[in-house]
Ligand binder design. Sequence first.
Ligand code: ASP
Length: 416
Amino acid sequence: MPHQHALILLRFIIVGVIAGIFSGWYWGEAMVEIAWLGKLFLNALKMMIIPLILAAVISGVAALGDIRKLGRTGGITLVYYLITTAIAVLIGLVMVNLIQPGVGLNIESAGLSESIAAKQDIGVSDILLSMVSPNLVASAAEMQLLPLILFAIVFSAALTTLGRTGEHVILFFNGVNQAMMKLVTWLMYFAPVGIFALIAGRLGQAGGGDAFLNEIQAVGLYIGTVLSGLAIHFVVLFSILFFIGGRGTDYLVGMLRALLTAFGTASSSATLPLTMECARENKVDERAVRFVLPLGSTVNMDGTALYEAVAVMFIAQAYGIELGLGPQIIILVTATMAAIGAAGIPEAGLVTMVIVLNAVGLPLEGIGLLLSVDWFLDRFRTSVNVWGDSVGATVVHRFLPGEGKHGIVETDRRRS
Ligand code: ASP
């Protein structure tokens, strides 16, 4: 898509977001009527994900060349994920200790919701287990992307060892990848309407602006803590983009369509097709786009990690339980793991928070305090999640062998 088109589309998407907030706010429940338009957009995005991920990761890993380069790129990617996620948790911890949003709160716990109750025993080993699927088709059907991605990585690594036979298969997936890219550019034109309907519909479901304000009043300080932490982390990521990724505001503007889609859908996975398309348009190396972004959309969730740390400390404060340095270090580690384990779908972070609560021995019922506003915070943390992935792609791009040759797989060059 030519640059000019992208900017026009971005303007329409911004109008969609603003119009969505206004109409959901004022017309409230009436907007639930149009929520199906948002669902249509979301479904179309989800429809793309499985073929897109398989084709992108297989052709992307193959484009890295031999397996040693995969090791290096994978190493840099994982280090980036871990460091930025840990920074996010640290920022969350500092903010929640400074602001103390839970202190003095009147606890009327809403009890355990069903989705949480079912996950009471989830632990770190479950996250590791979820990485390898006994049934790839079932994983795909349930949108569990991590085992699919890991399979695609090793599958592609195997292809690169097969010589000519492997090349045929890689060419096939290159073709699938290009076709998927084309579909995504078409779907993008529907984004302004889709995002408008998603936001208006959700606010409508919450009963409109006044009902929403009532809902958030009790936990206003908590919301403020999460949002200010996310804002700080956004800026930290921007500095990483600037100093390590070697990019600036043009990249941020270029990624805005994806960030706003993340805000509208509250799902990193559903946003992935757009994240990849925007990064590609912004001249991030194809290999980084196809390797870092799919993996990042399910593994690298800075916003979720930050939010989990704040939420858990908030619950402790609300129950009047003092958590010293030791337990906070446990939170640092487990919140990072919980964010890695969270799927890129709406409110997944709320469920994996169980890991963190269990680790520091807090009552799971505390989650009841956060339920009503989670859909709202989810949108912000998902945008930060996608921003973290986008910055990661530029960082890995910098360290790629033969850096500078954008879109190194010749057959993938697109006519614009
Ligand atoms: N909705 C988030 C995402 O898709 C995950 C979460 O924090 O709930 O990135």
